[in-house]
Write a protein of this length. Structure first.
Length: 202
């Protein structure tokens, strides 16, 4: 199987879909909704973003994402709820190394949407996209050691804990430990096959 080349994906960033969500390119028209997400300090507590203080912060962030689209550099989407077309978060695939067939996934959700299963929908869709479309062999997820909710989402998606990178990041005034999770292509295929054969799915 020949590897997918980044330009093939970035030229036409695919729109993804779950039962409740549309995952699509981030647009400047998303600025008010994205500001609602990124201006909440509990949302930005465990991520590299600084809390957005104004719409100008959000506008600059969206411009950075559009620059990623042009280079190409990072696969990045807005997450929109189907019922009302409201943007409730973002997600992306970073550190895509074609030669090694590996990449890292990420996601961010607005606080009102925590605990409703949206994160699992997003991560499951990114995993499928990574293995089916990008033809990855390894997909990673990382979170700060104290971010128990994100660790739970990754574990629920069947990623295994590879280890903890001690004081890996200097973030928001202190050195932080980083938990590294991963899922391999063959593990994902085995899980998919098991789920198809499960009597609970018949």
């Amino acid at each position: 199987m020949s590897p997918v080349q980044p330009y093939q994906i970035f030229q036409n960033l695919p729109q993804l879909e779950t039962s409740r969500l549309i995952i699509r390119r981030l647009a400047f028209s998303d600025m008010p909704d994205l500001f609602e997400v990124a201006s909440h300090p509990e949302v930005t507590r465990y991520i590299t973003w600084e809390t957005h203080r104004s719409l100008d912060d959000t506008r600059r962030f969206i411009q950075i994402v559009h620059d990623w689209y042009e280079r190409p550099e990072v696969l990045y989407w807005g997450v929109v709820r189907k019922g009302d077309n409201k943007l409730i978060g973002t997600c992306g695939i970073f550190e895509w190394v074609v030669r090694d067939a590996r990449a890292e996934l990420s996601y961010t959700l607005g606080k009102p949407y925590w605990g409703q299963g949206y994160a699992s929908e997003i991560v499951g869709n990114l995993i499928r996209f990574g293995f089916e479309t990008l033809q990855l062999n390894r997909l990673e997820g990382r979170c700060l050691r104290e971010n128990l909710a994100s660790a739970h989402v990754l574990e629920k998606a069947q990623l295994s804990l590879d280890g903890i990178l001690r004081q890996q990041l200097y973030l928001k005034g202190t050195y932080r430990d980083l938990k590294v999770y991963s899922l391999l292509r063959q593990e994902w295929l085995n899980l998919a096959n098991f789920n198809r054969q499960s009597p609970f799915n018949s």
